[in-house]
Design a protein around this ligand. Structure first.
Ligand code: ZN
Length: 362
C-alpha cells in the first residue's frame, strides 16, 4: 500500500500562466466556444496538473456540442469539455508521491473518491460517487487539465501521441472485448463507429476466430474488413445476413459485441447469437425500447453483460499489453489531427461521417 508523505513545500507551479485557452460549453444550446482566458486549474494536494498536447473528440463530446436531451439534463453550463487526452505533468500537488514533472501521461476520466462499496471492491468504474472529466467537472479541451494522482496513467514511451490521446475509447473497446472472452470464438460486432472499429482490431488481436460486423456506412464496413472482419453486412439491405451468420457458425456467433445502441441492431444481434452465447453491450440506446427478452435471452440461455467505462486499472494494463504487441491497427481509425482552433471543423467532420476519430492538437 502506498503511503503518502506530504512534501514540505506547496505545489510546484513554476512557469505556468494564470489563464489558458479552453473549449467551453458557454450556453444551454448547441456548439462550444474557445475561451482565451480561462483560469488555469490549481491542483489540490493529491492532484497533478497536466499540460495537454493532444485530445480526442468523443461521441459524448458530440452530444454536448449538439446539446441533445442527455446533454441538457447532465452538463453544467460553463464547463470545460473533453475527457480523452495525453499531455505532460507540469505541477504536482504537495502530497503526490508517484509522478514526476515532465512525465507523459493520460488519465482515466471516471473519478471516484474511492469511498463507496463498488470503489472499494474492485469496481470503481461503476462507483456510485463517480464524476466524469469533461462531463461533471472541467475537462481536457484546454491547455491544462487537473486530475487526481489516482487517475493518472503513465504512457509507455513507444506509444505515439495521437494514439495515447484516445486510450479512453480504446479502453471501452478493450473492456467490452475482454469481458466477452473472444479467444478462439466467433464474434459479431454490431455498429462499427469509432469504438466498434476499435473492437474489431482488438478482437482480432485477442484471438477471435472469425469476426462479422454490421453497419449502415459502406466506408466503415470496408474499413472493418481491412481491420480483420471476414464478413461486413450493410443492414440497409435487409436481414438475410442473420441466416448467413447462423449457417457459417454453430447456429449463431459465440459472442455479440453491441456498439450501436440502435434497437433494431440490438435485436438482430441477439438473433445472430448462438444459444448459450455471450452478449457484451456498450452501445447506448437513446430511450427505452421493446425487446424480446423471452427468445433473445431467456430461452436462448444468453449471458448478457452491460459494459461501462474501463476497469481500473485492469483494462488499462490489458490495453497497454495489446498496444505493445503491435497487433492493433488504429491508424486508419484516427482520420484527422487538427489544431484546437479548428475544433468546429473537427465536430463537422464527425457529424458528416467524413471523419472517424478526430484528435485536436492543443
Ligand atoms: Zn470518450
Amino acid at each position: 500500500m502506498t503511503t503518502f508523505a506530504p512534501r514540505a513545500s506547496t505545489s510546484v507551479t513554476v512557469g505556468i500562466p494564470g489563464t489558458m485557452r479552453a473549449l467551453v460549453k458557454h450556453h444551454a444550446g448547441p456548439e462550444l466556444r474557445l475561451d482565451a482566458a480561462r483560469p488555469v486549474p490549481t491542483p489540490g494536494p493529491r492532484d497533478v496538473l497536466i499540460r495537454v498536447t493532444h485530445a480526442g473528440i468523443c461521441g459524448t463530446d458530440r452530444h454536448i456540442w449538439e446539446w441533445d436531451a442527455w446533454a441538457a439534463s447532465r452538463i453544467p453550463v460553463g464547463i470545460v469539455t473533453g475527457h480523452e487526452f495525453v499531455g505532460k505533468i507540469v505541477a504536482l500537488g504537495s502530497a503526490v508521491s508517484r509522478y514526476q514533472l515532465g512525465q507523459r501521461v493520460s488519465a482515466e476520466g471516471h473519478i471516484s473518491p474511492g469511498t463507496g462499496y463498488n470503489a472499494r471492491t474492485g469496481a470503481a468504474h461503476i462507483a456510485d460517487d463517480m464524476v466524469i472529466l469533461g462531463v461533471d467537472r472541467d475537462g481536457c479541451f484546454a491547455e491544462y487539465v487537473c486530475v487526481p494522482e489516482e487517475n493518472v496513467w503513465p504512457v509507455h514511451e513507444t506509444i505515439p501521441d495521437h494514439i495515447a490521446a484516445v486510450l479512453d475509447p480504446l479502453g471501452n473497446a478493450v473492456h467490452t472485448v475482454m469481458e466477452a472472452n473472444v479467444s478462439a470464438k466467433t464474434v459479431l460486432v454490431t455498429g462499427v463507429g469509432i469504438i466498434g472499429l476499435m473492437a474489431v482490431t482488438v478482437a482480432k488481436a485477442a484471438g477471435a476466430s472469425r469476426i462479422f460486423v454490421t453497419d449502415v456506412d459502406p466506408r466503415r464496413l470496408a474499413l472493418a474488413r481491412r481491420l480483420g472482419a471476414v464478413e461486413a453486412y450493410d443492414v440497409r439491405q435487409g436481414s438475410d445476413w442473420i441466416k448467413h451468420v447462423r449457417s457459417a457458425t454453430h447456429n449463431g456467433v459465440d459472442c455479440l459485441i453491441e456498439m450501436s445502441g440502435h434497437p433494431g441492431a440490438i435485436s438482430d444481434g441477439f438473433s445472430a447469437l448462438r444459444p448459450g452465447g455471450t452478449a457484451a453491450l456498450l452501445g447506448i440506446p437513446s430511450k427505452p425500447f421493446a425487446f424480446d427478452l423471452t427468445n433473445h435471452v431467456i430461452f436462448k440461455g444468453a449471458k448478457v453483460l452491460g459494459i461501462n467505462g474501463r476497469k481500473m486499472f485492469e483494462t488499462w494494463y490489458q490495453m497497454e499489453a495489446l498496444l505493445l504487441s503491435g497487433r492493433l491497427q488504429l491508424d486508419e481509425i484516427i482520420t484527422h489531427q487538427l489544431p484546437i482552433a479548428d475544433f468546429a471543423k473537427g465536430f463537422g467532420l464527425m457529424q458528416s461521417g467524413e471523419g472517424i476519430k478526430i484528435v485536436l492538437k492543443v
